[in-house]
Design a protein around this ligand. Structure first.
Ligand code: GTP
Ligand code: MG
Length: 135
C-alpha cells in the first residue's frame, strides 16, 4: 500500500486548522499510519526541501517551515500520493480548486498550509526523515 508524508505547516497549525485538514484526508479514505507534532530544525527543513536548494524562495521557505510547531503524518492508501495532492490542491492557492485545502483556506504561495509528497520515492524518503523510528 502506498505511503505519503503530509505536513500541516506552521501557518495551518497556528490557525487551528489541524483537525479540519486531517479530517479531509480521512474523509477521502486515507488512513493515518503515524502522527506527531514537532518543530523543525533548519537542518531537517533543508533536508526535507533539498530539491529546492538554490531557488530564490528557498531561504523564505526554510524560515517559514521552521517558524513554529507543525504536524507531520504518514497517510496510507491506494494511490495515496495522488489522492493526498488532490485533497491539498495546486501549489498556488489562487489556482487551487475550491473544495481543496489550499483553494478553501489559503491565498499566498508561501503560506499554503499543507505539504504532500510528490512521488512514491519521496514518500518513503520523507517518512524516514520525520519518523526515523519506523524505518
Ligand atoms: P509542498 O507540498 O510544500 O512541497 O508543495 P508543492 O509540492 O505543491 O510545491 P513545490 O514542491 O514546488 O514547492 C514547495 C513549497 O515552496 C510550496 O509549497 C510553497 O510553499 C513554496 N514555494 C513554491 N514556489 C514559491 C514561490 O515562488 N515563492 C514562495 N515564497 N514560496 C514558494
Ligand atoms: Mg513539493
Amino acid at each position: 500500500v502506498e505511503k505519503t508524508l503530509i505536513l500541516v505547516k506552521p501557518d495551518a497549525f497556528a490557525r487551528g486548522l489541524t483537525g479540519e485538514i486531517l479530517a479531509r484526508f480521512e474523509r477521502k479514505g486515507l488512513k493515518i499510519a503515524a502522527l506527531k507534532q514537532t518543530t523543525l530544525t533548519v537542518e531537517i527543513a533543508e533536508t526535507h526541501y533539498g530539491e529546492h536548494q538554490g531557488k530564490p524562495f528557498f531561504g523564505e521557505l526554510v524560515e517559514f517551515i521552521t517558524s513554529g510547531p507543525l504536524v507531520a503524518a504518514i497517510l496510507e492508501g491506494e494511490s495515496a500520493i495522488k489522492a493526498a495532492r488532490q485533497v491539498i490542491g495546486a501549489t498556488n492557492p489562487l489556482e487551487a480548486a475550491t473544495g481543496s485545502i489550499r483553494g478553501d483556506f489559503a491565498i499566498e504561495v508561501g503560506t499554503n498550509l499543507v505539504h504532500g509528497s510528490d512521488s512514491p520515492e519521496a514518500g518513503v524518503r520523507e517518512a524516514g526523515i520525520f519518523f526515523p523510528e519506523l524505518s
